[in-house]
Design a binder for this molecule. Structure first.
Ligand code: PGA
Length: 281
């Protein structure tokens, strides 16, 4: 078992943290990261094997951006959504160029809450993914089955549909999807915000399945390079066991990323996963 893809911990703040709260989060993160993150975490940040991404609400992004430069390790920032068009008559939307101007390089796409509450579809998810990758962003694409779909033995069919509706055919037009900027987050809807985390075995089963779909579409080497994150009630308590799964390359975390100590604990778990692998090999 190797963690050749490193570990990526992305915090999805959803509609939480005002600008003032964002400022407090980073201030505390800065002062407490020294005591809460050990030498192995610092080394992992330095060699790029551990990556920290945070996705604050749009209005708090600028405040976060002003503070990340003074953090003791690299935190990359992302938006929780962006439109596929670069500009135009799309009231309420934010475009890629607006984010790029703020030096925001990540965008979350297709989150189940966007699908559930805001009418997003496989097709709008495809358009966002395609155009934002084309504009140079790193994209975290969210997919996952609902409770009733899992109960109805539909998990594999749903994951296949959600993923293949976004991925292009192999060859022409696929380069943007294969250069390491596409990250896929498996988020079983029944686990999001419910405290019902998938077991490591359930997460590994879904991730291995997704890797198989990627391999069939793009070949094994591209599939092996694509990071697959687990999301859904991930916490510092269950992170070690999830990261021990060979196909779990990190996590997309909502509630547990809102407090600086929770986020630091998740990063520490990422460092442990990398470190224990180093010691085994
Ligand atoms: P949760 O949210 O960690 O609060 O379950 C995860 C997500 O929706 O990305």
């Amino acid at each position: 078992m190797t963690k050749t893809r490193g570990v990526l911990i992305a915090g999805n703040w959803k509609m939480n943290h005002t600008m003032a709260e964002t400022q407090q989060f980073f201030a505390k993160l800065q002062t407490e990261s020294k005591s809460l993150l050990g030498d192995s975490a610092r080394a992992s940040f330095k060699n790029g094997s551990l990556r920290a991404v945070l996705l604050p609400p749009m209005l708090s992004l600028e405040r976060a951006q002003r503070q990340v430069d003074s953090m003791p390790f690299l935190i990359e920032l992302g938006a929780q959504n962006a439109h596929w068009e670069k500009k135009g008559a799309f009231t309420g939307e934010v475009s890629g160029p607006m984010l790029a101007e703020m030096r925001i390089h990540w965008v979350l796409v297709g989150h189940s809450e966007r699908r559930q509450h805001f009418g997003e579809t496989d097709e709008s998810t495809r358009k966002r993914t395609e155009n934002l990758l084309e504009q140079g962003f790193k994209v975290i694409l969210c997919i996952g089955e609902t409770h009733s779909e899992r109960e109805g033995d539909q998990m594999e069919a749903v994951l296949t549909r959600q993923l293949l509706s976004v991925l292009p055919e192999r060859g022409k037009g696929a380069a943007n999807y294969l250069d390491g900027r596409l990250v896929i987050a498996y988020e079983p809807v029944w686990a999001i915000g419910t405290g019902l985390t998938a077991t490591p075995a359930q997460a590994e089963e879904a991730h291995a399945f997704l890797r198989g779909i990627l391999a069939a579409r793009f070949g094994t080497s591209a599939s092996d390079q694509t990071p697959l994150l687990y999301g859904g009630s991930a916490t510092p308590e269950n992170m070690d066991s999830l990261l021990a799964c060979p196909n779990v390359d990190g996590a997309l975390v909502g509630g547990a990323s809102l407090k600086h100590e929770g986020y630091l604990a998740l990063l520490a778990s990422g460092a442990r996963a990398l470190h224990s692998i180093d010691h085994q090999t």
